[in-house]
Structures are given as C-alpha cells and as structure tokens.
Design a protein around this ligand. Structure first.
Ligand code: MLT
Length: 253
C-alpha cells in the first residue's frame, strides 16, 4: 500500500487536525527559522533533550519536573527577559548558534517559542513525532522510510497564524527525498504543492529564504542574520529527533 504524504501548510491546518487527532499518522514538524533547527543543533551538541512548552508560565512550571534544566526560547525573536516572564531571565534565546556543546551538553532545555513549540504540541497525539530541519533532513527521510505507517503528515509551524515559506520549503525538500526513498508513495495535493515550491527554489534557497518574511526579520538584525545561513546547512547533523511520551524530544538511537 502506498504511503500517503500530506503537508499542513499553515497553523490553521494543524490546529484543525489537532482538534480531531492525528490518528495513526507519523508527524514531522518543521520550524526552519528557527525552533526545530535549534533543537537539532542542541541535540547534535549533546543536549539531553528539549521540552517544548506552549507559553512562558508553562515553561517556568516545568522546572519542577526537570531540575537543573536550562530555560530557552524567544518572543519577537529575542531571548525572554525577566520583564516578560515575571522575574526570570531565560538562559538561552532561539539562535541555533547559541546551542554550543559548552552551553548545552548533558542539559535538558525547556523551550517556548512563538510557533515552533506550539506546532510540536499540536502533533502530540500522532503515533510518533519527529523534529526536522534542513540540518537533519536526510536522516529524517531515512527514518521515515523505515516506519510501518500508511500516513505521514508534515507540519509547517508557520508564523503567527500564517504559512512561512521556509517551512514549506523544508517540507517540500523532504517530499522530494521521500519520492526517491519510498517504493510506493502518494503525495496529496498539499505535499505536491510543497514539493513543487521546493523544486522551483532549490538552486537559490538562501536567496529565496532570506527574502521571506522571517528571513528578512532575521537578516535585519545584525546579531541574528547569520542564523539564516546556519539553518540552511543541509544534512550537517546526522540524527533523528523524536518526541517521547514523556514530552521530551531526544536524539533517537
Ligand atoms: C518560532 O517558534 O516561531 C520561531 O522559531 C521564531 C524565531 O526563532 O524567531
């Protein structure tokens, strides 16, 4: 039987699906700029795991379950300050370049971001949830090709309530890989759309993404502009990141 691939292109799509449940589907979440790129980078640099929290108070409350955890994430793209959290300076922002081995090795990281952690939380009812980015695309495709599932849903985290081009490009790049790796595959219209958008942009991904809404936002900030190129390093991390039943995202295997 062919594996059906669908893409939730915007937050409205994954919120609607979360309301009815993801059933037996395998779900893969993309927030290329930057939440899922951050998680993959942190795990590659030895972080013990990431705990996605939807809101700042939830992130603070989760510290009682994960003692000695780092608090991380962003609002408006920047590290969460004491003024925003009611008195606690977060340890890390949402730049993947902050997640060095020195900072994160062996640590649990509780993270709340605007859309990325929200998309991850929406997918929790799926049979399994993988965290993907351009950094671990091939490893994620290889893992997916081994899953005994009839349905794969690629979730694009988006920006606020709207689609984000870079997430659709990441999902489209994964569709393009899966077409080559799976013997029987059916791309539903949303997946075929993402794949075609990716194929059109693939030769100038940096140019296209740096002109996207999120790309422009990051490129306009001298401290964050290098994140765009960093998040496009294709297959720099040979790892699969999976959300466990305990709510922690860990490196698999
Ligand atoms: C998000 O979760 O919306 C993003 O990762 C935002 C960002 O990194 O600035």
């Amino acid at each position: 039987m062919a594996v059906k691939i669908e893409v939730d292109l915007s937050p409205a799509d994954y919120q609607a699906r979360a309301a009815t449940g993801f059933g037996n589907a395998v779900c893969v979440v993309f927030d290329i700029l930057r939440a899922t790129s951050v998680m993959v980078t942190g795990l590659a640099n030895g972080a013990a795991g990431f705990v996605p929290a939807a809101e700042i108070p939830e992130a603070l409350a989760l510290r009682s379950q994960h003692r000695n955890a780092l608090l991380a994430g962003e609002r408006n793209g920047l590290r969460i300050t004491a003024a925003q959290s009611g008195g606690v300076e977060f340890d890390l922002g949402n730049s993947p370049r902050e997640y060095t081995r020195d900072q994160v090795a062996g640590r649990i990281i509780i993270s709340t971001t605007t859309n990325g952690t929200r998309a991850l939380r929406a997918g929790v009812t799926a049979q399994s949830v993988a965290v993907a980015s351009f950094l671990n695309l091939n490893a994620t495709a290889d893992w997916l090709a081994q899953q005994p599932t009839a349905q794969v849903i690629l979730v694009c985290a988006g920006t606020a309530e709207f689609p984000a081009l870079e997430d659709i490009l990441g999902a489209g790049a994964l569709c393009e890989l899966l077409v080559r790796k799976l013997a029987k595959i059916q791309l539903l219209d949303s997946a075929e759309t993402a794949r075609r958008v990716y194929c059109e942009a693939r030769l100038d991904l940096f140019g296209v993404i740096s002109r996207s809404q999120n790309g422009r936002r990051l490129m306009a900030n001298v401290e964050l502009r290098d994140d765009v190129e960093f998040c496009l390093q294709r297959d720099s991390c040979n790892l699969v990141a999976l959300l466990g039943a305990d709510g922690v995202i860990r490196r698999s295997g």
